[in-house]
Design a protein around this ligand. Sequence first.
Ligand code: KIV
Length: 282
Amino acid sequence: MREKVTVPSIRARKGGPKISMVTAYDYPGAVIADRAGIDVILVGDSAANVVHGMATTLEFGMEETIMHARAVKRANPVALFVVDMPWLSFHISPEDAVRNAGRLVQEGGAEAVKLEGGRKRLPVIDRILDAEIPVMGHLGLTPQSVHAMGGFKVQGKAVDAAREMIEDAIALANAGCFSIVLEGVPDVLGEIITKEVDVPTIGIGAGPGTDGQVLVFHDVLGLGSGKYAKFVRSYANLADEAVAALERYVADVGSGDFPSEEESYHVSEEIAAEILKGRKSG
Ligand code: KIV
């Protein structure tokens, strides 16, 4: 039996055994991730893209997030359970942000929340932490800023931008974030930030130098469209396997091979004869 993964136990992994994190959006996904020994399960707002087929995460709100979180929570994961704060759920006011983070805990069962952004999010982070809700930061290619960034582009490639991100990361760590996701940044910046902050960094497209790695469930399992970002490693090709399985099902239904005797329910011949009495088919 694995011990429950908690915010303090993840925090204590700084510089220690690498942290594995994956997204999950529903009950079976969470069960599978937990069985595999994943450290952190995230209900990411990437559900917008991979589950709902939306082009950006900006259409994804609190109600959808809570619905996905509740499904994951029912798996009672040993992994630490983190839920993403959707766009606009923490941008309006610190009060609103605390209320929304609180809903993710109270209604969604989150053990921590993750939110995108650097120093300008500190007032909100302070208030959420003050409500005893642990916060995971998220810097770099933050998809909720897609329009401000002019697209999904690797961030921190220029010296000034990289320096700004280092200062953001230090500020988030000093504010009390228990870990920081670094997304879509050059490997060297992932490594520098990891050395500069005293909390674990978890990278996605941030090179091997971070304290852990996170990937999207559908990407790891090859359940997506087949076009994955450069940083994705797919460990299976379940979409193709699923199509092949469904093709066999279609063929078996067409040929009458499914269902078989063993796959059908039966009654005794006497009962069947009684049911048939007086019927056209009798
Ligand atoms: O929403 C998400 O899946 C994420 C991960 C990429 C970290 O934020």
